[in-house]
Design a protein around this ligand. Structure first.
Ligand code: ZN
Ligand code: FE
Length: 257
């Protein structure tokens, strides 16, 4: 039986997700920034929260941990490498381990870069990846606590997954990410087509998340440091992929578009 996945838009651009295993009735919330919209959605569906799955320690991902735990008694799962910064954490997990939400297996990847303790949850049977702020649709998270080398090895773990993997990232940043992507890879026809679609959706205030890994590999500049057009744009023709990725990230940090 497939997982039930519900996307809840909160704050200005965050996505919080409910993930329910219908076999066991276990229900998790991924990165609850705030409690109220999560409780409302649970109520509406008659679901009982059993777990919080955190990807990293930032406030817009763990903000409701303690309140939800107090109200529901749920178990909080988070990154071992950052256990001291995850409020209320009960179970710490790390690279290569599995966590079972009832009968649903989530494989855990350590994906340091945005923060040093960032993890992702990969529900292989459902082709669902919860990647927090590591990878975004058409972008990636800022390097607050990591290096371009770490970012590349983290993104490479995702790139090894099947192309039909759905990327459940934590923010709706797609349109502004895409504006940058078009500046450094203007000749990418798949990117142009995708951006037209993204603009159409955002005009109607529709989500552009989740995307698929296949789409990201074809259009996301941070998964494409081997693209000659990107290498030329960042001034590192024939450059090493990590150097190109680092330069691309640095240019994006300064990009105002
Ligand atoms: Zn973050
Ligand atoms: Fe965030």
């Amino acid at each position: 039986m497939p997982l039930d996945i519900v996307q809840i838009p909160v704050l200005s651009d965050n996505y919080v997700y409910l993930v329910r295993d219908p076999k066991s009735d276990k229900t998790a919330v991924v990165d609850p920034a705030v409690a109220e919209p999560v409780l409302q959605e649970l109520n509406k569906r008659g679901w009982v929260l059993t777990h919080i799955l955190n990807t990293h320690h930032h406030g817009d991902h763990v903000g409701a941990n303690e309140e939800l735990k107090r109200l529901t008694g749920c178990t909080i799962v988070g990154p071992r490498a950052d256990r001291d910064r995850i409020p209320g954490i009960d179970i710490a997990v790390g690279d290569g381990e599995s966590y079972f939400l009832g009968s649903a297996e989530a494989k855990v990847f350590d994906v340091p870069a945005h923060t040093r303790g960032h993890i992702a949850y990969w529900f292989a049977d459902d082709r669902a990846l919860f990647c927090g702020d590591t990878l975004f649709a058409l972008g990636c998270g800022r390097l607050f606590e990591g290096t371009p080398q770490q970012l590349w090895s983290s993104l490479s773990k995702f790139m090894a997954l099947p192309d039909d993997t759905r990327i459940y990232c934590a923010h709706e940043y797609t349109e502004s990410n895409g504006r940058f992507a078009l500046v450094i890879e203007p000749g990418n026809a798949a990117l142009q087509a995708r951006m037209n679609e993204v603009r159409r959706k955002r005009e109607k205030n529709l989500p552009t998340v989740p995307s698929t890994l296949g789409e990201e590999k074809a259009t996301n500049p941070f998964l494409r440091p081997d693209s000659p057009e990107i290498q030329k744009s960042v001034g590192l023709m024939g450059g090493d992929v990590v150097a190109v990725l680092g330069k691309t990230r640095a240019l994006k940090d300064e990009f105002r578009g």
